[in-house]
Design a protein around this ligand. Sequence first.
Ligand code: C2E
Ligand code: CA
Ligand code: CA
Length: 681
Amino acid sequence: MNSRTPKGVLRFCWAISLAGMAVFAAVLAAAPALPVEDATFWLLTAGVVVAELFPLRIPRRGDDEAVTIATTFSYALLITSGLPAAIVVQAAASVIQDALVRKPVWRILFNVGQYTLSLGAAALVLHAFAALPVMHGLQGSSLETADFPAVVVGAAAYFLVNATVVGIAVALYRQATVVEYLRSDAAFIAMLAAVLLSLAPVVIASISYSPAMVPLLIAPFVLVHRFVRQSSRAQHAATHDSLTSLANRERFQELVSATIEDRGERAHFAVLLLDLDRFKEINDTLGHHYGDHLLAQVGPRLSLAVRSTDVVARLGGDEFGVLMRDLPAGSRTALEGAERIRAALSQPFDLDGFVVEVDSSIGIAMCPEDGRDIETLLQRADVAMYRAKETHSDYLLYNSDYDHHSPARLALVSDLRQALDRGGIELWYQPKLDLATGAVSGVEALVRWEHPTLGMLQPSAFIDLAERTGLIKPLTHRVLELALTQRRAWLAEGLDLLVAVNVSARSLLDRRFPGEVARLLERYELRPGALKLEITESSIMADPIAATATIGELRTLGIEFGVDDFGTGYSSLAHLRSLPVSELKIDKGFVLRMGSTAGDAAIVRSTIDLGHNLGLRVVAEGVEDADALALLRELGCDEAQGFYIARPMPAPELGPWLSRHRERSATVTPLDARRRLGEGR
Ligand code: C2E
Ligand code: CA
Ligand code: CA
C-alpha cells in the first residue's frame, strides 16, 4: 500500500468504507428489485456513468481539482428510483472511474463508502420531511411543488455528510484540522454542491415531461465541459513555461504559498533549488538552440525523478525548483529526492548528436525548520545551493553555518523586505535626448535603495537578489508607484516628461502584471501613453511566447515598449519583427567601445539601420563623451542617453537641470536640427 499516506488517513478511510458497506448491505437486503424496465432509471444511470467518466478538471489555487457532475444525476436517481438504485449505480460508476485511473483499493472503497453515506443521509431526510418513498422512489409519479423544501433539505444533508467526510480525510492527509481545510475551501465546495444538487429536480422534471428533453439537458453540460477545458488550457499557458511545460516561477511561488496557508502550523515540506553547472558554457559554445534543447530534456527527467505529489518548476534560465509536500520522514525524504534528481541528471544528454554531460547543484530548505515564508525558504535554498557549488557537493541541506559564507546576501533579503514596507526605495532619473531636435524626449527611472547602514545601493547590489527571492514583484510595484507619482507631480508643474521604467523578466512572465499596471495608471489618473516600459532582450528570449503575450496585452493599454540592452541577447530578426515594441536601445557596451573598436562601431551602425528598417526608434545608451554623441548623430540615431548628457539624478534636481539644458541648447540645437532636416530624414 501507499507508504507515504499517513496512518490516520488510512484508518479513517477504512472506517468510512466499512460504515458505507454496512449501509450498502442493509439497504440492499431490504430492497425491492431495481427498476430495470423504467426508462428514467436508465437515462439517469447513463448520466451518472458518463459524468463520472468525464470529470471536469478545474484549475484551482493549489492543484487542479477533478470535479464530477455525477452528483446531479445520482441525487435525481435517489428521488425517482429510490435509494438502492442510487447507491448501486453511483458505486458502480465511481468504481469504474477510479479503477480506470488506477486509484488504490482503499481509495476506491472510501469513495463508495462516502457516496453511500451521503445518499443515505439525503434519503433519510427526504423520507422524514416529504414522506417520499425512499426505497422505491417516485416511480413515474411526478415531483410536487410541496416536495421542494424537502428536496432542498435532503440536498443539504447530502452536502453536509459529503463535505465532512471528505474534509476530515483531506485534513488528516494534510495534517491540518477540518476547520482549517473547510475554511480554505468551504465557499467553493458549498457553491458547487448547491448548483449540482439544485439541478437534480430540473433533470427529473425534464425527463418526466419527455425523454426527448434529455438532449436539451446534455447540451449545457457539454458546453460547460468545453469551457472548462478551454479555460484550463489558457490557465496552463499562463502558469507554465512554454519551453519545458513545467510550472513557471509565479506558479511555483503560488503553490508554495498555498501549501503554507493550507497546512498552517502543520506545514511540512521542502523547497529544492537546482541549477545546471555548465549551462552557460553550452549555451555560449553550441548556441541558444542547443541550450533550449538541453533545458527541454531536463524538465521530463526532473518530473520522473520526483514523487507524483511534488511540483517541478522552471524558475528562469537554467534554474529549477522542486516543491516536495507532505514529507513523512522530514529532511530524509527530501535528501532522497535530491539524490534521485542527481542520478537522473548524471546521465549524458544527447543534443542533436552532441552528447553533453551536465552537473547540477541542489540546495534544500525545509519548512518549518528553515523558514515559514516563501522568500526566506527560497533564499535559504539559494544559500545552500551556492554552498553546494563551492564545495562541489551535489546537494546540501541548508545550515545556518553557510550564512557565514554569504552574510551580506542573507541580511539584505530581510532589509529589502523592510525597505519595501517602510520606505528607502527611491528613483533617480536620467534624461534622454532627441538627437534631431536636442530636446529632452523623456527620462529613464533607475531604482536606488538608501540602505540604513550600507548607504546608497545601486541596482546591481539587489535586483538579482530580489529576483531570486520573489521580492522583485513588490519591488516592481513600488517602482511603478514612485514613477507614476513623480509623473503626476511633474504634470502638475506643467512638465510633460515621458517616464521609462525597467521591468524584469519575472514581471513579463506574470500574467497578473498587465492588470496591475492598468490599475496603477487608473489610480494616478494617467493616460496609458504616460508610461514606457523597458525590457531586456534576454528576458524576452527567456520565454518569447509568454513575453510576447504580456507585451501584447500591455500594448493594448497603450503602453510603449523598448527593448533594452539590445545586442546582448539572441533574438532573431524574425522574432524582433513580430514583437510589438517601438524602440531599440543599443547596449551601452557597444556604444562605450565604438570610438576605439571598429567592430563595435559597425554593430552600432547596423543596429541603427536595422531598427529604422523595422520602423523602430533607436536609442543609444552609455554616451560618455562629445565624440560619441557626434558620431551617433551622424549615424542617424534617434535618441541618446549617457553620463555626457547627464548622470541619473534625484527628481528634485531634474527641474534645474532642464532649465540649464534649455539655455545651453538654445544656442546649439537649431543648427543641428537644420542639418538633420537637410539630410532629408
Ligand atoms: P539599464 O536599464 O541598462 O540602465 C542603464 C544603466 O546604465 C544605469 O545603471 C545607468 O546609471 C547607467 N548609465 C547611464 N549612462 C551611462 C554612461 O554614460 N556610462 C555608463 N558606464 N553607464 C551609464 P544603474 O542605475 O546602475 O542600473 C543598472 C541596471 O539595473 C539597469 O540597467 C537595469 O537593468 C536595472 N534596473 C535599474 N532600475 C531598475 C528597476 O527599477 N527595476 C528593474 N527590474 N531593474 C532596474
Ligand atoms: Ca533600461
Ligand atoms: Ca541598458
